[in-house]
Design a protein. Structure first.
Length: 454
């Protein structure tokens, strides 16, 4: 398997560390063949619960067939969360000239006309649709896009079939979204390409806006997040105008469906734009208006190891008046709580859960925080978010070393890097690790469980 360790990097050790937890408990574990993992999606298919794990770049021996395969999509039966069963690995791109082009980081799953389909990124060159009605026997349906680069987070509306596929190409100056109707997965219908003005072909705007990281859709709006860790933009768009407007990528047509465009400070970005709508703010209960408000939860991604960057945070933004977003609070793990800067790897937020599970919605969000594991955050009062639990997995023999890429003299360290988090329809929390530590299935305990039991 590929490693972060370069020939010039100072050697580390295999000491690793144990698990730490508060108000969260480990239920089950799978090693995912030691492959670095990005996005988990958990779907109920009949009486089974299936986890689809999008994998990062690299390669490993596939235990199912003994072959060395580029990382792609790993499928796990998690019906019994205490005993997850690996079903199959769908290899990623084998045409890349380096591991940086392999993997299939992003995936979404929809059931359409009684069949289940996986929409996944494919290396750094396109997106694919697979029929996963029988999860152990996936079948490629087609390539939706196979001539784009800089692939990242897609979104698929299962009720309508509209898909927002993220990538670059066609003369655009930065990563943007290509919108398709995939209500018939075997016959994709292209609708339009969309991004922030200045990205479009022929533009001379400088600097070019930061790449789109990914969209999320809820009700009548699309929430786009641009950037990953710096120069971020949040864009709120009228979905109906976006889908039915003039598709020609002029500045006027790109601005037409836009409700708001909010520029973040240079050291922040919008990795994820999770809409949490209709929160009754406790302290506003006696106010005559405005007691119930809408918010975005926006993590800005940590991208450098051992705190060699400005600190990132999870921003909470009031969008009750969507044309005028207003940041009102933030959440951060205190470094002093665990001396995280000294542990190795990245320390800071990456992503939040995206399933909008009703049992947790408006109450809790879960934040993947690299070497600080996953954090459960109480957002019932969004103006005062409070940590209410965490779980930091133990390292394993498969955990790869994390190195400070910008300073090879610093020894590499063995430390978890909790990359993404998701929740299933039963309330189990899934976390996955970017350096091969595997997938952990968790449940809430103590005060955190009490919040969602009310």
């Amino acid at each position: 398997m590929t490693s972060n360790l370069s020939a010039q990097q100072a050697p580390g050790n295999r000491a690793g560390h144990g698990a730490e937890s508060w108000n969260m408990r480990l239920v089950g574990y799978h090693d995912v063949q030691g492959r670095g993992t990005y996005q988990p999606v958990i779907e109920q298919q009949g009486d089974r619960w299936i986890a689809y794990l999008g994998l990062g770049s690299g390669s490993a021996v596939n235990d199912f067939n003994g072959e060395m395969e580029w990382n792609g999509t790993y499928i796990v039966d998690v019906t019994d969360p205490e005993n997850p069963i690996g079903l199959v690995h769908i290899p990623g791109s084998d045409v890349a000239s380096s591991p940086a082009g392999s993997g299939a980081q992003m995936n979404r799953v929809c059931t359409i006309n009684d069949r289940s389909y996986l929409l996944r990124s494919y290396g750094n060159s396109g997106h694919q649709i697979w029929d996963v009605t029988t999860p152990r026997e996936p079948e490629l349906v087609l390539n939706v896009e196979d001539d784009i680069t800089s692939i990242h987070k897609n979104w698929w509306e299962c009720d309508t079939g509209i898909a927002y596929i993220v990538g670059d190409g066609d003369g655009w100056r930065a990563r943007h979204t290509k919108i398709y109707d995939l209500s018939d997965p075997s016959n994709p219908v292209y609708i339009r390409s969309y991004g922030v003005p200045g990205m479009e072909p022929g533009s001379t705007v400088e600097p070019v806006p930061m790449d789109l990281h990914g969209p999320m859709v809820l009700n009548d709006k699309v929430y786009f997040g641009y950037g990953s860790s710096r120069e971020g933009i949040i864009q709120i768009v009228d979905r109906e105008k976006l889908l039915n407007g003039d598709p020609e990528p002029t500045v006027e047509n790109l601005e037409a469906p836009e409700i708001a465009r909010f520029y973040l400070a240079p050291n922040f970005a919008a990795h994820t734009t999770l809409p949490v709508l209709g929160i009754p703010v406790p302290d506003y209960a006696d106010s005559s208006i405005g007691q119930v408000r809408d918010f975005l939860v926006v993590p800005s991604e940590s991208t450098r190891e051992e705190c060699t960057e400005e600190r990132d945070a999870v921003l909470i933004i009031d969008i009750t008046y969507p044309e005028k977003p207003m940041p009102i609070s933030n959440y951060q793990v205190r470094e002093s709580d665990g001396e995280f800067c000294q542990r190795g790897g990245r320390f800071g937020p990456h992503a939040v859960d995206e399933a909008m599970y009703p049992g947790y919605y408006r109450k809790l969000v879960f934040v993947s925080y690299f070497n600080a594991g996953v954090r459960a955050v109480d957002i019932r009062d969004p103006f005062r978010p409070q940590e209410i639990g965490y779980y930091i997995p133990a390292t394993t023999s498969k955990t790869q070393q994390s190195c400070v890429r910008r300073d090879p003299s610093i020894p590499c360290k063995i430390v978890v890097q909790t990359n993404n988090v998701e929740v299933d329809g039963r309330g189990y929390v899934y976390i996955v690790d970017r350096v091969g530590t595997g997938m952990h299935i968790l449940e809430l305990t103590g005060e955190a469980k009490a919040i969602v039991s009310d």
